[in-house]
Design a protein around this ligand. Structure first.
Ligand code: FAD
Ligand code: UDP
Length: 365
């Protein structure tokens, strides 16, 4: 069977490319997806109690990229949503990321912004070179705050000391000299009004798009012919792991439903120092759904299992670069998305990459 375009993987990367090719080039696209559903990790669904859950962890859309926001806005209306996270430190629930509110609540003080600046400056450890995530945190907030908020959370999440991890990881969490306790400060933030799965379904409502679920691309690779392939699965698997398996971090998502309206004070509560899980998400507080019961999710990070996060160490990056060299020799194949590019992309970055690929390489407007 011949298709001018084949997309391996029906996550946001693959679906954006499929949508653009089908709509703009009016060409047929086959999307091949290993799982039983589209959406990749943004997939959401109603559980047996009728509560909308994010099956692969809490997803909050946020971006400063207006084109990406407007592009996805063609397929959904947005609920206004400003994400907030609390973290349990010394038995208290404290706002994350580190703001004036965090410092005042941690030390039971009522500092002004100026006092906070002096307070942090007296603790931050000056460094000539910032090489690791540990350096990022120590140089910003000093030893004590690092230990209470970052050290153990990072060890749980990655199974490594922050000193072994790339700077980009802890750099995701800002230090804010303000009272702004939102988790993100991007200009556009929101939750798709009917959920991510509905958004994804609208993206592929085009008769040029065919979707093959429950199918590993590797298994049908020899049976289908194509003009161009856009591959969004793990980079190593495409090449039969010839340079060894790339490390991806995985997570066990454990759901619990309670016969009560509310479980916790915030949509997400982090547990840096207690328990084996990193955080608890209460879905109703993300989606705004009204229901007499509530469902929560605990995240237990692990090394093996479904690949969710590229592994942020220099060794893994070097290993990935071997695959990158191989990619350059593949004709009419593009590697895209969090797994294939081995990058810790947020949703907006993945859509941006996909739109750029469509415009620059595939001839979409
Ligand atoms: P994926 O969503 O991983 O899609 C890849 C698809 O390819 C999958 O469906 C997979 O089954 C399929 N596939 C793989 N191999 C094959 C194969 N051989 N054959 C066929 N199909 C294959 N981003 C945000 O912006 N905000 C958030 O709050 C946020 N929270 C997150 C929380 C968690 C726990 C995780 C893991 C990620 C989070 N993200 C968040 C990131 C977001 O999920 C990603 O940026 C985005 O989903 C990546 O899309 P993708 O298409 O590149 O990859
Ligand atoms: N992090 C931390 N303490 C926290 C929250 C995050 O140390 O309370 C670190 C940790 O290393 C984590 C990284 O910051 O992996 C990025 O956090 P983010 O909330 O962006 O993680 P994600 O939602 O992508 O899992």
């Amino acid at each position: 069977m011949y298709f001018p375009y084949v997309v391996a993987g029906a996550g946001l990367a693959g679906l954006t490319v499929a949508e653009r090719i089908a709509a703009q080039k009016n060409e047929r696209v086959l999307v091949v997806e290993k799982r039983s559903h589209i959406g990749g990790n943004v997939y959401d669904s109603y559980n047996e109690d009728g509560i909308l859950i994010h099956n692969y962890g809490p997803h909050i859309f946020h971006t400063n990229d207006r084109e990406v926001y407007e592009y996805l806005g063609r397929f959904t209306k947005w609920n206004d949503f400003w994400h907030r996270v609390l973290t349990q430190v010394d038995g208290n629930l404290i706002p994350m990321p580190i703001t004036l509110e965090t410092i005042n609540r941690l030390y039971h003080m009522s500092m002004t912004l100026e006092e906070m600046q002096h307070f942090i400056a007296a603790r931050a450890i000056p460094m000539k070179e910032i090489k690791t995530s540990r350096d990022v945190a120590l140089s910003r907030v000093g030893e004590e705050i690092y230990q209470k908020f970052f050290e153990n959370y990072t060890k749980k999440q990655w199974g490594l000391d922050p000193a072994e991890i790339d700077t980009s990881v802890i750099s995701r969490i800002p230090l804010r000299f303000s009272r702004d306790t939102r988790y993100f400060t991007d200009k556009y933030q929101g939750m798709p009004r009917e959920g991510y799965t509905k958004l994804c379904e609208k993206m592929v409502q085009n008769r040029n798009i065919s979707i093959l679920l429950n199918t590993d691309f590797a298994e049908i690779r020899k049976e289908i012919r194509f003009g161009t392939l856009i591959y969004t699965g793990p980079a190593d698997e495409y090449f039969g792991c010839r340079h060894g398996r790339l490390a991806y971090r995985s997570i066990d998502f454990v759901m619990e439903t309670y016969n009560q309206e509310s479980f916790q004070e915030a949509p997400v509560v982090n547990y840096p120092n207690d328990y084996d899980y990193t955080r608890i998400t209460e879905f109703k507080k993300l989606t705004g759904q009204q229901h007499r019961k509530t469902t929560i999710m605990k995240e237990f990070p692990k090394a093996e299992g479904e690949p969710y996060y590229p592994f942020p160490t220099p060794d893994c990056r070097a290993q990935y670069e071997l695959y990158q060299k191989d990619m350059e020799t593949e004709k009419n194949v593009y590697f895209l998305g969090r797994l294939a590019e081995y990058r810790y992309y947020n949703m907006d970055a993945v859509v941006r990459r996909a739109l750029d690929l469509c415009r620059d390489e595939l001839g979409c407007r």
